[in-house]
Design a protein around this ligand. Structure first.
Ligand SMILES: NC(=O)c1ccc[n+]([C@@H]2O[C@H](COP(=O)([O-])OP(=O)(O)OC[C@H]3O[C@@H](n4cnc5c(N)ncnc54)[C@H](OP(=O)(O)O)[C@@H]3O)[C@@H](O)[C@H]2O)c1
Length: 272
């Protein structure tokens, strides 16, 4: 009898533009693993039922917007870092148990660390799940002063209250999304979708103000984001770099095998 194909997947809403299936399917093919990775569009009201079913039919899955926080109570185990961040992006199904982790923060940390020298101050645009993952990574790297600029100030204030309570010694300053508050921080992170589509005027207005910064764009697009085209700062890490690394770490969590990062990176541009 033919060996059973293992199922891996992604749940989010929407997922039609996700690059994860091509990244993971290329890795399975490269390593000769009989498995398939499928993106499932799951609206909020379907999350509980889908996760119940995945316990029986799936070996592992990724979680994206809007389910990264809401999946946590549906899991059997969540690693302490993912709990602190309040977001799970990767789940392993093992012995019937659902085990959650977060590879967004660890991918960001791994790629940023080689560029750092001062560990002084960092500035983040955004106050959602990606911003929290970046703040946790910066905290682990030794940053104590982090500024968050967000369109909705109240959300940034809630983030500050939550993370200052959970991460001892961190000071988070929150400000509205205004270019005046940007002035060559050591690390500058775009953790919003700005620059993926639409008007990049805010990002345009800060290019000069980050020319001595290490710049990280969490947003990504196959056509290149606004920041991808400019590559500002003294070093630049793109959303695709982060995407591939978080996928590689998820792959390793599921399979215990070394992820073929070069193949995964090439797969981003070549469907199949
Ligand atoms: N490269 C990767 O592997 C990776 C991993 C995770 C996330 N991401 C990307 O990171 C970005 C943020 O993701 P998330 O999970 O944090 O999402 P989220 O939890 O929904 O938060 C979105 C954040 O972006 C802000 N925002 C949304 N639209 C905006 C706009 N037009 N102008 C200014 N601010 C805007 C929101 O501000 P308000 O509070 O005002 O709404 C909020 O702070 C997304 O583009 C996502 O694709 C990439």
């Amino acid at each position: 009898m033919k060996e059973r194909t293992s199922l891996f997947g992604l749940i989010g809403h929407p997922v039609s533009k996700s690059l994860s299936p091509r990244i993971h399917n290329a890795a399975f093919k490269e390593l000769g693993i009989n498995a398939v990775y499928i993106a499932f569009d799951v609206p909020e009201e379907g999350l509980t039922d889908v996760v119940k079913g995945f316990r029986y039919i799936c070996r592992g899955f990724n979680v994206t917007i809007p389910h990264k926080p809401s999946i946590i109570p549906l899991l059997d185990e969540v690693d302490p870092v993912a709990s602190k961040i309040g977001a799970v992006n990767t789940v392993k199904v093992e012995g019937g148990k659902l085990i959650g982790t977060n590879t967004d923060w660890s991918a960001f940390k791994l790629l940023l660390e080689p560029h750092l020298s001062e560990f002084e101050n960092a500035l983040i645009l955004g106050a959602g799940g990606a911003a929290k993952a970046c703040i946790y990574a910066l905290y682990e790297l030794g940053f104590k002063k982090i500024t968050v600029l967000n369109r909705t100030l109240k959300r940034a204030e809630e983030l500050k209250e939550e993370l200052e309570r959970k991460l001892s010694g961190v000071e988070i300053a929150v400000r509205p999304l205004k270019a005046d508050y940007v002035s060559n921080p050591e690390v500058f992170v775009n953790a919003t979708p700005m620059g993926m589509y639409g008007d990049p005027s805010f990002l345009k207005s800060v290019i000069d103000k980050v020319r001595r910064s290490i710049v990280v764009d969490m947003a990504y697009s196959l056509n290149g984001t606004f920041l991808d085209k400019v590559k500002p700062g003294i070093a630049y890490i793109s959303g695709i770099d982060i995407l591939v690394e978080q996928a590689a770490q998820a792959f390793e969590f599921w399979t215990g095998l070394k992820a073929p990062r070069d193949v995964m990176r090439r797969a981003v541009r070549h469907e199949g």
